[in-house]
Write a protein that binds this ligand. Structure first.
Ligand SMILES: *[C@@H]1O[C@H](CO)[C@@H](O)[C@H](O)[C@H]1NC(C)=O
Ligand SMILES: CC(=O)N[C@H]1CO[C@H](CO)[C@@H](O)[C@@H]1O
Length: 160
């Protein structure tokens, strides 16, 4: 009987910890000059910044969410994070093919088009991750941005 009660409590604790899950997490400011994490809308030439937006003439879908950020702007840790190494958007290298895999607040995600100061270690919320690479050189006229992509490719929009 006692064992049964203990087991019930344990089960309840596990269920509760799952309910207080990562969906409550909100990203703090990612980019200098835009404390509100403004989402990228649509460009005439390069499509839209929302998750699931069409890419490659409908052949692919946008697997992340774009947050407006100027070329050369400072990119900040949105909460306390661990740096898990380099993560790149393209197979073929170009001027903006850099980024970082991060984890924190129970989330695993990647930021693209950022030149990180370091690929390992930890940062506190608001500390500098790195600098936004020159997107205008590769996509002239685009709304420059940081691309936020969850490691499991789920929709990150609810965290913003
Ligand atoms: C990111 O890093 C984490 C922790 O090292 C790892 O488990 C995960 O596979 C990486 N994700 C991607 C998509 O690279
Ligand atoms: C980089 C960027 O988009 N900066 C913008 C941040 O927000 C202010 C106020 O809305 C704009 O003036 C900046 O252009």
């Amino acid at each position: 009987m006692r064992l049964y009660i203990l087991f019930s409590f344990l089960l309840l604790a596990v269920i509760c910890s799952c309910l207080v899950d990562a969906s409550q997490v909100k990203f703090g400011p990612l980019c200098s000059g835009n404390s509100s994490n403004r989402k990228r809308g649509c460009d005439t030439k390069y499509g839209c910044g929302n998750y699931g937006a069409s890419r490659g003439g409908g052949k692919r879908k946008h697997e992340g969410l774009d947050i407006v950020c100027a070329d050369g702007a400072t990119v900040y840790a949105p909460f306390d994070v661990k740096l898990n190494g380099k993560a790149v958007p393209y197979k073929n290298n170009n001027a903006i093919n850099d980024g970082i895999n991060l984890s924190g607040e129970g989330l695993c995600f990647k930021l693209f088009y950022v030149k990180p100061d370091s690929y390992s270690g930890t940062l506190k919320k608001g500390q500098k991750i790195g600098t936004l690479l020159p997107m205008q050189k590769v996509y002239p006229g685009i709304t420059s941005h940081v691309h936020v992509q969850m490691c499991d490719k789920s929709d990150p929009t609810k965290y913003f």
